[in-house]
Design a protein around this ligand. Structure first.
Ligand code: HEC
Ligand code: HEC
Ligand code: HEC
Ligand code: HEC
Ligand code: HEC
Ligand code: HEC
Ligand code: HEC
Ligand code: HEC
Ligand code: HEC
Length: 371
């Protein structure tokens, strides 16, 4: 009997352990559901007043603020379905009457309440502090965007789905640039075909830490920005475009000049041409589009921005992105071929001449001594 009991002991311990583990497991799996319950109640509680489309208040500056929170919008936001509800953001407001407000108008409300996003997205918040938008705000331009201007508030959606949303978000305020971009080769492909290979605003500018794109540093780094895609053989072959434009540019006068500045004086403004000086920035077009700045009929004017006195012949002699070839640049091809073969030929003939002279003088001297 005792023996059997002893033999059962490990089984008993094992069973008890299993029961404990299962209980802990159940508690753990149940926990989020339990936590979600009061927050659902908070949403219901707040919405019991805020689901009234006519609820509004007049702000101290005289602006009227609608206090209606649409339950439909909430349901479509990324947060509400995750159980992130009113009290997660409005930490100061738990019941009615609410605490006294400390803003005068709608813009002050936005610039004060958006700080709540920092709580759960601290990394993005830190990045925005270093951005051009934050600098504009510091300089007094309070229209510079905060999180909620780009993402919305109670209706936050995935910011890059569909991908066109990224550019329309920036386009809300930068509407002139958006219009140019829309008709460019990149923007057109994005908007018409939802093409994932072309750049949106944030591919060139970054997102939360947007820097000033008009600095000397940004300028000398432009070729690498474009090369990120235009030197990618696999990507470019999809569109029948050459992937060597960057390499050939780097060997050109402009490219070499820009590389030197990039390596030595990246913060000194330099005018040697980068990709965007010839192709445009937000209005880049296919090279065979008559509106392109590099279309044959417009090319002279494009070069003349920096080379004011040059003639069509000068521009015609330029090899562009083409490797020197009989097909594209016959004149340069023949000139190069001429020098490739003529210069060594002259050199070898001179050497031969000198050698023959030496032999001749040795032979002459030998003859003289024999006489
Ligand atoms: C009993 C109705 C009622 C309930 C419940 C209620 N509110 Fe309000 N809320 C109002 C009214 C009325 C105003 C207009 C300003 C005022 O009277 O304080 C308002 C104003 C606001 C404002 C704008 C003013 C401010 O404080 O910045 C916010 C934000 C707000 N409510 C959030 C909430 C949240 C979050 C909840 C849930 C925790 C909630 N409300 C619950 C009635 C209500
Ligand atoms: C993800 C964070 C977040 C959640 C969740 C949230 N709010 Fe807000 N709420 C804000 C921010 C930020 C503002 C300031 C909006 C602005 O810039 O106009 C705001 C503004 C408001 C206002 C003022 C009117 C307005 O639209 O600007 C009311 C009222 C309000 N919230 C009520 C609610 C209620 C009720 C809920 C829950 C159903 C809720 N909020 C959930 C962040 C949140
Ligand atoms: C209580 C925490 C919390 C607060 C406060 C909060 N968020 Fe979120 N947010 C989340 C979580 C969790 C997710 C989903 C996980 C993720 O994608 O990071 C999310 C997702 C997002 C997304 C979608 C990300 C994607 O890739 O689809 C955006 C945009 C966003 N939040 C913006 C905001 C903004 C703007 C505010 C302030 C108005 C805010 N959040 C406040 C927790 C929070
Ligand atoms: C100038 C507009 C703008 C501002 C301001 C902005 N965002 Fe974004 N955010 C975007 C865009 C556009 C994307 C999508 C980026 C992409 O896919 O290229 C994004 C992506 C995100 C994402 C998902 C990707 C990730 O990085 O996790 C979150 C979360 C987010 N933002 C939160 C915030 C928060 C929080 C703030 C404020 C501190 C903020 N954003 C300020 C435009 C903005
Ligand atoms: C709510 C309006 C708003 C939105 C949305 C917005 N911006 Fe801006 N942006 C501004 C303002 C205002 C300035 C500062 C302009 C100034 O001070 O001259 C600015 C400045 C800039 C600058 C610096 C150049 C300059 O003119 O000062 C760049 C680059 C920029 N924004 C890019 C973007 C991109 C990319 C997006 C989308 C991810 C975006 N912006 C979304 C309002 C906005
Ligand atoms: C292919 C890369 C690229 C894309 C895509 C792009 N930009 Fe730019 N952007 C640049 C460059 C390069 C400059 C600097 C141009 C210069 O020298 O003036 C610039 C300049 C700017 C400026 C400041 C100078 C000005 O002209 O006012 C703003 C604001 C701006 N871009 C916003 C946007 C917005 C908004 C989008 C999307 C609709 C966008 N950019 C798309 C490369 C790009
Ligand atoms: C994110 C990748 C990407 C970046 C960055 C990018 N491009 Fe493009 N670009 C493309 C793709 C893809 C196409 C082809 C689009 C099509 O044909 O629909 C294209 C097309 C072009 C064309 C038209 C070629 C033709 O004649 O058909 C020019 C010119 C061009 N890009 C110049 C630039 C310049 C200059 C920059 C830098 C300021 C740049 N691109 C940055 C992806 C990119
Ligand atoms: C000095 C002016 C100039 C500069 C700088 C310049 N391009 Fe070009 N680009 C042209 C001209 C002109 C053409 C059309 C004729 C040709 O293909 O040579 C062209 C053609 C192109 C094409 C289309 C090629 C094809 O065969 O369809 C692409 C893509 C391109 N450039 C990208 C770039 C990129 C990326 C840079 C920077 C690394 C750059 N360009 C710098 C003038 C320039
Ligand atoms: C943004 C200004 C800019 C644009 C646009 C530009 N260049 Fe230049 N280019 C320069 C600078 C600066 C130099 C260097 C001059 C020096 O060092 O003396 C240079 C040098 C040259 C040189 C070699 C030196 C010389 O003067 O002969 C050639 C060739 C040339 N560019 C051709 C062109 C052609 C062709 C175009 C139009 C397709 C063009 N450039 C457009 C700024 C530009």
């Amino acid at each position: 009997m005792v023996n059997r009991k002893l033999r059962l002991l490990p089984v008993l311990i094992l069973n008890t352990a299993l029961v404990v583990i299962t209980c802990v497991g159940i508690t753990l799996t149940v926990r989020p559901v339990q936590a979600a319950e009061p927050s659902q109640k908070t949403e219901q509680y707040c919405l019991s007043c805020h689901n009234d489309p006519n609820l509004s208040m007049t702000l101290p500056d005289g602006e009227k603020l609608s206090l209606y929170i649409s339950p439909d919008k909430l349901a479509k936001s990324v947060h509400s379905p995750l159980g992130i509800e009113c009290e997660a953001c409005h930490t100061e407001i738990t019941t009615y009457p609410h605490p006294k407000i400390d803003y005068q108008n709608k813009r002050e409300l936005s610039r004060s309440y958006y700080l709540t996003c920092k709580k759960c997205h601290p990394a993005n918040y830190e990045k925005t502090l270093d951005s051009m938008h934050a600098k504009a705000a510091e300089a007094g331009n309070l229209n510079a965007p905060v999180c909620t201007d780009c993402h919305g508030t109670h209706d936050v959606q995935s910011p890059d789905k569909p991908r066109t949303r990224v550019s329309t978000t920036c386009g809300q305020c930068h509407s002139d640039i958006y219009q140019q971009y829309k008709s460019s080769v990149h923007g057109n492909a994005l908007i018409q075909e939802d093409n994932p290979d072309v750049p949106v605003c944030t591919d060139c500018h970054g997102v939360h830490n947007i820097q000033d794109p008009r600095t000397a540093l940004f300028r000398v780094e432009t070729p690498e920005l474009c090369a990120g895609c235009h030197a990618n053989e696999k990507l470019m072959s999809k569109y029948g475009l050459p992937a060597n434009v960057y390499d050939i540019y780097k060997l050109s006068w402009h490219g070499v000049d820009v590389s030197v500045y990039q390596a030595r004086w990246p913060t000194i403004w330099h005018t040697s041409a980068v990709c965007t000086d010839c192709h445009g920035v937000h209005n880049i077009r296919r090279t065979d589009d008559p509106a392109s700045t590099v279309y044959p009929g417009n090319l002279l004017a494009t070069c003349q921005k920096c080379h004011p006195s040059v003639s069509p012949n000068w521009v015609g002699a330029w090899t562009g992105h083409n490797e020197i070839s009989l097909e594209h640049t016959p004149f340069v091809f023949y000139t190069q071929a001429f020098y490739t073969y003529f210069t060594p030929l002259v050199l070898w003939l001179s050497i031969l001449y000198v050698v023959l002279q030496i032999i001749r003088s040795i032979v002459n001297r030998a003859r003289r001594s024999l006489q």
